[in-house]
Design a protein around this ligand. Structure first.
Ligand SMILES: Cc1ncc(COP(=O)(O)O)c(C=O)c1O
Length: 425
């Protein structure tokens, strides 16, 4: 049996406290909710909770006391379960020794040694707080190593909210001139990448790519056969650093890095999200030859040396390894994907699950503008399965087969409601 509170199985769900908090917050917090977390509630106003109260394992409880099986996992930061007793007790022990001490701690060395040993082909670690820090450090390092400034990225990729990413996050206050050094190519198109490297010969410091393409919104796309080997060879030929942004995907495909899963070797790897199991930490990992360049750059953050997330990360990495968490996430993700495809088809919907089992993206064939996904997600949330209609989801080591089966039951109701309200696309 799933441990989800079974008393709430109705489409009538109360968000009154969440709404009241949102009204209060809008006076003191831009947009009422800051950052990523505002998005689902923006797509479906009044149909999603704005505020969370607590989390445990694979579940979280919103400000009104509604409980959910969480398939967003703090946008990937939760991998072993919320409020994990062993991980959080390691964090608390570090906190008891005093946090943010003025000098580095021995824990930072222990974690750097552990990560360098764990992630394939990587020999050193530079810590930060957010994925965006990890990318910024990798860029500095690639530029220092090559003496070049320009970058190649996939046009529809997301690499964080820093200014160099303005090409993918256009809008108020974000001039494209901030990402003037970024040349854009299409995913899975090594011929276009080769042309871009040739036409900017001698100027490209780094090619920055995610292990598979996971744009928001839209289906994820896996690398075509031979893509990674082709990209790796092009980078070597042109003397450009191959930087992998494993921020969203890291530890869910392979503890040794998603590059091992796909069979290639980058120069630099950026990770964050899942490393500290909800505790804020990021890392740029590099191969030995780049250590002297990384040592020479200036990069700093007041909280980058904090030891609490480092203690959490060390325990988290050990537990993920000991429990075969990657295989578990793959198994529950596959069960979810197959169940959703089957449930959809019994109501006449062609459900597509793209990406990988542990990081699935659901779309419905013919669903223009995500109208069907929004309705589907709304009914899922109302029953207690928290999904985002336009973003990939995340599985965790805390999701059980019973949780998946509960969610699949919810999906039957959600597809039936979709059919009743909207018919077929
Ligand atoms: C692929 C990828 N890169 C970088 C980032 C930026 O990470 P952060 O939001 O921690 O700065 C994200 C965040 O979602 C991401 O998904």
């Amino acid at each position: 049996m799933s441990k989800l509170d079974s008393s709430r199985q109705s489409a009538e769900i109360n968000f009154s406290r969440s709404k009241a908090l949102f009204e209060r917050a809008s006076h003191v917090i831009p947009g009422g909710v800051w950052g990523h977390n505002k998005f689902p509630a923006i797509y479906n106003p009044g149909k999603y909770p704005w505020f969370a109260r607590s989390g445990k394992g694979a579940y979280f409880t919103d400000a009104d006391g509604n409980q959910y099986i969480d398939y967003m996992c703090g946008y990937g930061a939760m991998i072993s379960g919320y409020a994990h007793a062993e991980i959080d007790s390691a964090a608390k022990a570090a906190m008891d020794s005093g946090e943010c001490l003025v000098q580095a701690t021995e824990l930072s060395i222990e974690l750097a040694e552990k990560l360098s040993k764990t992630v394939q082909g990587m020999d050193w670690c530079a810590f930060g707080k957010n994925g965006s820090d990890a990318l910024a450090i990798a860029i500095l390092c690639a530029r220092a190593a090559t003496g070049r400034a320009s970058l190649i990225c996939v046009g529809s990729a997301y690499h964080g909210s820093h200014f160099w990413c303005n090409w993918s996050n256009p809008g108020e206050g974000r001039p494209l001139s901030d990402s003037i050094d970024v040349h854009r190519v299409d995913w899975n198109d090594p011929v276009q990448m080769e042309k871009t490297l040739q036409s900017h010969r001698g100027n490209i410091a780094a090619v920055i790519l995610t292990p598979f393409h996971h744009p928001i919104p839209g289906p994820s796309v896996l690398p075509s056969p031979g893509y990674w080997k082709h990209v790796e060879r092009l980078c070597r030929e042109h003397g450009a650093m191959l930087v992998i942004d494993d921020v969203r995907t890291g530890l869910r495909l392979d503890l040794a890095g998603s590059h091992r899963h796909f069979g290639f070797q980058p120069d630099l790897v950026c990770m964050s999200k899942a490393i500290g199991n909800t505790h804020p930490i990021s890392v740029t990992l590099g191969r030995a030859g780049l250590l002297k360049h990384a040592s020479a750059i200036f990069a700093a953050g007041t909280f980058w040396g904090c030891s609490v997330p480092m203690a959490a990360a060390l325990t988290n990495l050990r537990i993920l390894h000991e429990t075969n968490a990657v295989q578990h996430m793959d198994m529950v993700g596959q069960r979810l994907a197959e169940g959703l495809v089957g449930a959809g088809s019994s109501y006449g919907y062609e459900v597509n699950i793209s990406g990988v089992n542990a990081i699935p993206t659901m779309t419905i064939s013919g669903d223009q503008d995500f109208e069907y996904m929004q309705q589907f997600a709304e009914t899922m949330v109302s029953q207690g399965s928290f999904i985002n209609p336009m973003h990939n989801w995340f599985l965790s080591a805390a999701h059980t087969v019973e949780d998946i089966d509960t969610t699949l039951e919810h999906s039957n109701t959600a597809f039936a409601t979709l059919k009743e309200l909207k018919g077929r696309p």
